[in-house]
Design a protein around this ligand. Structure first.
Ligand code: MTE
Ligand code: CO
Length: 389
């Protein structure tokens, strides 16, 4: 007869003793057994932690919402520590009436809730020239998806009154980097939010507390955190972040500038190098797809390097400019796999291969790599980042 399983036959501590009471954790934190689920950096990428980036642990998450404490961080001058009572948002320049808002003013204006992804234009940038980092956390983790609460920028601009020659806005942060970007007025009047909450709670300090710009579908760099000033003008500002940075250098030496949109992209999060296959038989392949131009219409998945493709099962809300969750329920008999996913968005655009991207954009680029990712699952289940020709 098989030996009895002590996990079933013995009374466990958590069953024998009373647990901690309420109020032990007035602001809840995850189970102590989830300590490995954290943002991680790549130490050799940047010279100092104040101007650096860490990555969302995509392989540990499910559904479409990124928990606030796991949203990747990208700071140019560290995290500003702002007392909301001392925070001001100024709107000036080509307006009828320059205005200064306190946080209390902003919270008395009509607000909206929307779920959107934020992807840094440099996400997957290390992968331009070939497979490099082992883990979707590092290859694709400069993305998060959050429900924001905020006031439409359109409402704030209507208070100030735009002059007829108002064409561009300059958004500026209150952090030590004072990071700024130029934003076309059409986008500002369309779907930009000035957000004070994420996932129902106040913005986290890392994400721009107490106020940040939400620029749906456009590159993360435009989503100015710790937002303190909006200047209205008739031309772009040619700020550092839109000239020497966030500009795509092409093979012939010319540059693409103001490449605001984040095009359709997807990645299989499980299996992946940090989440190998452990069992033969039934398994769940899981992944994320998103597009800055609309919704995700379809995701195709191949397990054999592109010979056969199947439609993935999309589950959960399919929202505009939001991460979308997909699954393939499959049987694994221990054969090596070459896994890829390919997203199609509501404009009909299909996520390209890395080779197709390189043909058009060369290999100098860092930004806007939305090419198809390949994971090689070996016979023992270990998974690595590869490219196939
Ligand atoms: N805003 C300010 N004020 N300072 C910054 O360093 N980094 C930008 C943008 N907004 C930045 C900023 C970049 S490059 C990105 S990708 C996003 O914020 C990152 O947002 P997150 O830290 O919430 O992930
Ligand atoms: Co960025």
């Amino acid at each position: 007869a098989p030996k009895p399983d002590p996990l079933i036959t013995d009374v466990q501590d958590w069953n024998r003793y009373l647990g901690e009471g309420v109020d032990k954790r007035p602001y809840g934190t995850p189970s102590r057994f989830e300590k490995h689920v954290v943002r991680r950096d790549v130490s050799w990428l940047t010279a100092s932690p104040e101007s650096s980036v860490n990555f969302t642990p995509l392989h540990e998450l499910d559904g479409i919402i990124t928990p606030s404490g796991l949203c990747f961080e990208r700071h140019h001058g560290g995290i500003a520590d702002i007392d909301p009572a001392s925070h001001r948002l100024m709107i000036h320049g080509l307006v009828d009436k320059p205005l200064v808002f306190t946080m209390e003013d902003i919270k008395r204006m009509p607000r909206e809730n929307r779920v959107h992804f934020l992807e840094c234009a440099a996400n997957s940038g290390m992968e331009w020239r070939g497979a490099q980092l082992n883990g979707c956390q590092f290859t694709h983790g400069m993305v998060h998806n959050v429900m924001y609460t905020g006031v439409p920028l359109r409402v704030l601009l209507a208070e100030a009154g735009l002059k007829p020659n108002a064409k561009w806005l300059m958004l500026e942060g209150a952090d030590a980097s004072g990071m700024n970007r130029s934003l076309p007025v059409e986008k500002a009047l369309d779907d930009v939010l000035i957000a004070f909450a994420m996932n129902g709670e106040a913005l986290r300090p890392e994400q721009g507390y107490p106020l940040r710009a939400v620029i749906p579908g456009w590159e993360g760099n435009l989503w100015v955190k710790w937002l303190r000033r909006i200047e209205v003008g008739d031309m772009p500002w040619q700020a550092r972040e839109e000239t020497s940075k966030y500009t795509d250098l092409l093979a012939d030496g010319r540059s693409r500038r103001f490449t605001f949109f984040m095009d359709a992209k997807s990645v299989v999060t499980n299996p992946s190098p940090q989440a190998p296959l452990k069992h033969k038989g039934s398994n769940v392949l899981s992944g994320l797809a998103w597009s800055g131009r609309g919704t995700i219409k379809r995701v195709d998945v191949t397990l054999d390097g592109g010979r056969n493709w199947q439609h993935a099962r999309i589950d959960g809300p399919v929202l505009e400019k939001s991460l979308t969750r997909f699954y393939v329920d499959f049987d694994w008999n221990g054969q090596p796999l070459l896994i890829q996913s390919r997203a199609m968005d509501s404009t009909g655009y299909v996520q390209p291969t890395k080779e197709e991207l390189r043909k058009i954009r060369g290999t100098n680029s860092i930004y806007h790599n939305n090419g198809i990712q390949t994971w090689h699952v070996k016979a023992n289940g270990e998974t690595e980042n590869v490219e196939i020709g």
